[in-house]
Design a protein around this ligand. Structure first.
Ligand code: JFZ
Length: 430
């Protein structure tokens, strides 16, 4: 009898644990591969905050009371919004997917939702659903769509921003009500919007001691569509139910921002996000635009570290993307047209980054991206598998001198005019 009780207890423990473990379906695994192949995505922060031209944190930063901030909805009329233009903007830049803020920390839903009247269709004079227009356009143009979704909400009474957390719940709020609200919205986002392939959660870090019911939330999403990829910007180790891992403003393993200290690199697909200036949402006074070279090298470094690069723009309140961003990204797009084979569909990280740059690869091809002038008149690529039968410059196909040894391959770069952005050397192995 005792033995049976023990067995039952053991079984119970295992099954309880099994609930929080997660086995991705074959179509989810395929979606992860495809996600990694895409490599370059467009991040968009756009909401009623855009009207103030001071970033998406303006309500919090300027301490605008919620009821005053809400008025921004009354003035939201983005007369120049054109989903087609945004999708073409992404395509022109060589991007394969778009991740857009469906709801940010201000709590305003940028999609038509039955879960709250505080949304773009019901609360603005515009009465249109930009998430639907974008989803339809993305589907037409073969661009993947992911939704950013904030767990943090500065305005809802059931969230009770600022409330102490006791037993995993805000004492002044109504946590079950808030969790249910999010579930309703996520159900709408997954079920009603065509072709949505991912959810990018954010805001967890504001309440690390709350019970976010992630098991239920992730379980719900995967039940609605098992191939939807879930990521969470919680800056911690990945949790069961997540399908990719993100790094904000840092390459995997880096921690320049101090955000990523607790997030060791997982085996999941990786994504790193950065913004084109210093702001996520439209900031009228931010002119610190990144250069073409910075963006390309960020993308190449991400690929070399086996990560996607999600590059952010904050469109203006009229719905247009500023011309400075379009100009820069058109040049990036030209570069991708010429050099994309060394980025799209590749993987990285097998051979670690070197002093001179990074290595991406496909079956039987290595791409050495020389981003910095090598210290020696050659580059050394350690631990190359297989015999190298050919080494050429990707730019013009010209042959390069190499020497292969058991510990790696030397490619001689003396006499070469290096490209200040990226000199790509293609090695074919058997
Ligand atoms: C978050 C958002 O707050 C921000 O508005 C933007 O959407 C960005 C992509 O994600 O930014 C963060 C997240 C976490 C920290 C700081 C900024 N953090 O842990 O300190």
């Amino acid at each position: 009898m005792k033995k049976l009780a023990l067995l039952t207890l053991l079984l119970y423990c295992c099954s309880a644990k099994a609930q929080s473990s997660y086995t991705p379906t074959p179509d989810n695994l395929a979606a992860r591969e495809h996600f990694q192949d895409m490599k370059f995505g467009l991040f968009i922060h756009w909401g009623i905050y855009s009207e103030l031209g001071a970033g998406e944190w303006v309500m919090h930063d300027k301490q605008i009371p919620y009821n005053n901030y809400k008025r921004l909805a009354d003035f939201f009329y983005p007369q120049a919004f054109d989903a087609k233009a945004w999708v073409q903007f992404a395509k022109r830049a060589g991007m394969k997917y778009i991740t857009i803020t469906s709801r940010h920390h201000d709590g305003f839903s940028m999609f038509g939702t039955k879960a709250s009247p505080y949304n773009v269709v019901d609360a603005t004079p515009w009465h249109r659903d930009p998430m639907m227009e974008l989803a339809q356009e993305c589907q037409k143009e073969g661009i993947e769509l992911h939704f950013y979704y904030s767990l943090l909400d500065w305005g809802r009474p059931d969230y009770a921003f600022g409330s102490p957390i006791v037993n995993g719940e805000p004492v002044n709020g109504n946590w079950p009500s808030y969790i249910n609200f999010m579930k309703s919205q996520l159900t709408e986002l997954i079920s009603n919007y065509p072709g949505v392939k991912g959810i990018w959660f954010d805001g967890y870090w504001e309440r690390t001691n709350a019970n976010w019911h992630l098991d239920e939330i992730y379980g719900l999403i995967h039940k609605l569509n098992s191939s939807v990829l879930i990521g969470n910007n919680h800056h911690e180790a990945v949790k069961p139910g997540e399908d990719f891992q993100m790094f904000e403003k840092d390459l995997p393993g880096g921690n320049t921002t101090g955000f990523s200290g607790k997030s060791q690199i997982s085996q999941l697909p990786l994504e790193t996000c950065e913004t084109i200036n210093n702001s996520w949402g439209f900031n009228i006074n931010d002119r610190s635009y990144k250069t073409v070279k910075q963006i390309i090298q960020y993308l190449v470094n991400a690929a070399g570290n086996n990560a996607n690069f999600l590059l952010n723009v904050g469109p203006m309140p009229n719905g247009k993307i500023q011309p400075e961003f379009a100009d820069t990204l058109a040049v990036v797009g030209n570069w991708m047209q010429k050099n994309g084979e060394s980025i799209y569909g590749t993987r990285g990280g097998l051979i670690p980054p070197q002093q001179w740059g990074v290595i991406t690869y496909k079956p039987h091809v290595l791409y050495a991206h020389v981003l910095k002038t090598p210290r020696q008149p050659y580059i050394f690529i350690p631990s190359v598998e297989g015999k190298v039968s050919k080494a050429v410059l990707l730019a013009d196909g010209s042959k390069l001198k190499i020497k292969q040894q058991p510990e790696g391959v030397f490619v001689y770069t003396d006499g070469l005019t290096l490209d200040p952005v990226d000199t790509i050397i293609e090695l074919t192995t058997d």
